[in-house]
Design a protein around this ligand. Structure first.
Ligand SMILES: Nc1ncnc2c1ncn2[C@@H]1O[C@H](COP(=O)(O)OP(=O)(O)O)[C@@H](O)[C@H]1O
Ligand SMILES: [Mg+2]
Length: 244
């Protein structure tokens, strides 16, 4: 569903290599966790995968469509929830959702059904008439979740989706991520909350300093180290085990 090949991205005229030759394949129907310490390159990778940033080199393929040469088809298959929600302050929630629905060509009835389901699920139905600038971080996050799911994306990508969510909403989100995959779709999300990755993911990749240091199911990654927690594994592989 998602193929990342030899992906490289630098900032500051090449001084910071945020993504340093990443290769990764995410299969249809799986929840894939992208974990790593702060500054590891998770957000940069996600911005490349969603076509927000252009890579220095390498390629991204979404459901067989190359992000560089077929961006409309590739992006149309993605629902993206970013980690910050700064824009669109003067739109109301409903205006924002309609704007996104128009961009993705979501039919009226489908849109109505999606909004009814997700606004209820994330408990923001009462707020959709208000401008986004009045929303808390959690409310914006929940609006972004709704917007990303409206067109039933085959590939749902989320950057640190649980940050700032209350336990109820976090629970609803995790359940929805699993339901989305059970419906034949794919979820790719970044997190530094290891318990979440441990409970939710079919497979994970650990990124450190722009490089993938491990990829596989948790059982595969623990091979030879029976009973090791993801935290132990993470600390060992990201070179911080001595500090613990
Ligand atoms: N716009 C930018 N300009 C320069 N450096 C950046 C920029 N964005 C991110 N970086 C750097 O790139 C590296 C990876 O950042 P990021 O992808 O945000 O990591 P993560 O999401 O894993 O915390 C970090 O060293 C960060 O400081
Ligand atoms: Mg980040």
């Amino acid at each position: 569903m998602l193929k990342i090949e030899n992906l490289v991205k630098s900032y500051s005229g090449g001084k910071v290599r945020a993504v340093d030759c990443i290769n990764l394949e995410v299969k249809k129907g799986e929840i894939f966790g992208f974990i790593g310490p702060n500054g590891a390159g998770k957000t940069t990778t996600i911005k490349l995968v969603t076509g927000i940033l252009k890579p220095d080199s390498g390629s991204i393929t979404v459901d067989g469509f190359d992000m560089q040469s077929r961006p409309i088809e590739a992006k149309g298959r993605i629902g993206f929830v970013p980690d910050t929600h700064d824009a669109w302050d003067r739109l109301t929630g409903r205006e924002y959702l309609n704007f996104i629905g128009d961009i993705y060509g979501v039919e009226r009835e489908e849109r109505r059904a999606a909004l009814e389901k997700y606004l209820e699920m994330f408990e923001i139905a009462d707020a959709v008439g208000d401008q986004l600038r009045t929303y808390s971080h959690g409310m914006r996050q929940k609006l972004m979740l709704t917007a990303a799911l409206m067109h039933r994306p085959p590939l749902w990508i989320l950057d640190e989706p649980l940050t700032g969510l209350d336990p109820r909403s976090a629970h609803a989100l995790k359940k929805e991520m699993r339901a989305h995959c059970d419906g034949g779709n794919t979820v790719f999300f970044s997190t530094h909350v290891l318990e979440v990755a441990e409970k939710l993911c079919d497979r994970v990749a650990i990124i450190d300093n722009g490089r993938i240091v491990a990829v596989g199911s948790l059982d595969e990654l623990r091979a030879g180290k029976v009973g090791e927690s993801l935290e132990g594994l993470f600390l060992r592989l990201t070179g911080e085990s001595d500090e613990k």
